[in-house]
Design a protein around this ligand. Structure first.
Ligand code: UDX
Length: 429
């Protein structure tokens, strides 16, 4: 079976690499020749633990190939996974231009019967639209089917999330398509739900939006905890004993970022609106998140009505630990405010600095936590990297000129920090 994966972003590359790891022959396709060149040299264009080793191993075994030649790739493909990006348009809807461009190239080049599988997160009904679109543009007399097979991987744990998937959602219209996908995934021992394409598309949005909602709910409660004198960490711990609530995605902080939650909440809200329905819960999650992102800086105003000329240490810029991704990272909103006010920033992040330099070339960069903290009058923590969680109060006290620590990810015990003399402000505690 010849498998082509179109798009070598997070989802596409991880899908391609993992399918090769499962024993398939996979051709990863991207029209960006720079990316293909990098991959052919064994370098991953995305930071993801474990991916470099798998690229190397599977390329050596000739199971994994990288190409920008879509004519060659599609010609005799049996299965084509589309994993191109579907970015957010200014009105919140998903931009499907790249997806339809890929579909056009597929329609013009497939010369045998094939299954086209949508992995990208797409608005409900897209598979149906793509079906008619490809049918209209087919150049050869072939049969094809579109399936929806959404991806649930998280950055930082993407390889494991794929190879040991918690679920496989197969949105198909025929037993044949179901059979092909079951065959492809036969080595993955996880529950499989077979459904129609629209439900499969909805499962992806509903899952992401539910998690976003959970985070916004906890952040809302955290803000109330501050007002009424409760502690959000204890509150969520207490809640989590109820297995109907669970213990995951209950961490209060400065809001969710990344390439999925912000985009997928807005996209589903927009889709509902287009159908004349208002998704009020999702709207609330979006609004709470927007306000939450700069919550910490508002709290710091008590001590620093203005940050002009203030030496500020920034620890963590990525949208979460385990990735170098800065898309929609709450750090950006905060740092923008600090820079505009004239704060003197020294930024440190263990992996996100290279990308961060494109956003803020004008600030200082440190090569260690210590260098960032030295002589600072305030420290903001925007990402909960493990190495930050290990910082002892003494370090803040000895290195900073004033130990004002604003922690957007609740990395430390309030008691420990305050008992040791750190002016420690966190979220919901
Ligand atoms: C998410 C989904 O988890 C994944 O299933 C989907 O396929 C893609 O989107 P990802 O964006 O990689 O994955 O990151 P995730 O770990 O979900 O975190 C998203 C954001 O939520 C981060 O900014 C993180 O800091 C924040 N978050 C997460 C919280 O603020 N609190 C939590 O308790 C959990």
């Amino acid at each position: 079976m010849k498998i082509v994966v179109t798009g070598t972003g997070y989802v596409g590359l991880v899908t391609g690499v993992c399918l090769a790891e499962l024993g398939h022959t996979v051709h990863c396709l991207d029209t960006n020749e720079e990316k293909i060149k990098m991959l052919n040299n064994g370098l991953s264009p995305v930071f993801e633990p474990g991916i470099d080793e798998l690229i190397k191993e599977n390329s050596e075994q000739k199971r994994l190939n990288f190409t920008s030649n879509y004519v060659e790739a599609y010609r005799d493909a049996d299965v084509i996974f589309i994993a191109v990006e579907t970015p957010e348009l200014p009105n919140g809807s998903a931009d499907l231009n790249i997806l339809f461009k890929a579909a056009e190239q597929i329609a013009e080049n497939i010369q045998g019967n094939c299954l086209i599988v949508i992995k990208s997160t797409v608005p409900i009904g897209t598979a149906d639209k793509l079906n008619s679109f490809i049918e209209d543009k087919l150049r050869y007399n072939v049969t094809f089917e579109i399936a929806s097979n959404p991806e649930f991987l998280s950055q930082g744990t993407a390889i494991n999330d794929t190879l040991y998937a918690k679920r496989l959602i197969l949105g198909v219209e025929s037993d044949k398509a179901e059979g092909t996908l079951r065959e492809i995934y036969k080595k993955i021992k996880s529950p499989i739900l077979v459904t129609n394409r629209r439900s499969a598309e909805m499962i992806k949005y509903a899952s992401n939006d539910f998690l976003a909602l959970k985070i916004s709910f906890v952040n809302d409660i955290a803000n109330l905890c501050e007002i009424v004198g409760a502690d959000i960490d204890d509150v969520t711990k207490g809640m989590s004993f109820d297995d109907r609530i669970g213990n995951k995605f209950l961490n209060a902080g400065i809001g969710y970022g990344g390439s999925c939650f912000p985009k997928d909440t807005k996209s589903l809200h927009w889709l509902a609106y287009q159908h004349g329905y208002e998704l009020r819960t999702v709207k609330a999650a979006i609004e709470v998140n927007e306000l939450q992102k700069t919550k910490l800086i508002s709290k710091a105003r008590k001590q620093f009505p203005s940050f002009k000329g203030i030496r500020v240490s920034i620890l963590g810029v990525t949208f979460k630990p385990g990735t170098d991704d800065l898309r929609e990272a709450p750090s950006i909103d905060n740092i923008k405010i600090l820079v505009e006010e004239g704060a003197l920033l020294t930024v440190f992040d263990p992996v996100g600095m290279e990308k961060f330099k494109n956003y803020f070339p004008q600030v200082n960069y440190a090569t260690s936590v210590e260098e960032s903290l030295r002589d600072a009058e305030a420290c903001f923590i925007f990402t909960e990297w493990d190495m930050f969680k290990e910082i002892k109060p003494e370090k803040f006290l000895s290195l900073m000129s004033q130990a004002n620590v604003y922690d957007g990810r609740n990395c430390f015990s309030v008691l420990d920090m305050r008992r040791n003399g750190v002016n420690y402000i966190s979220i919901g505690r």
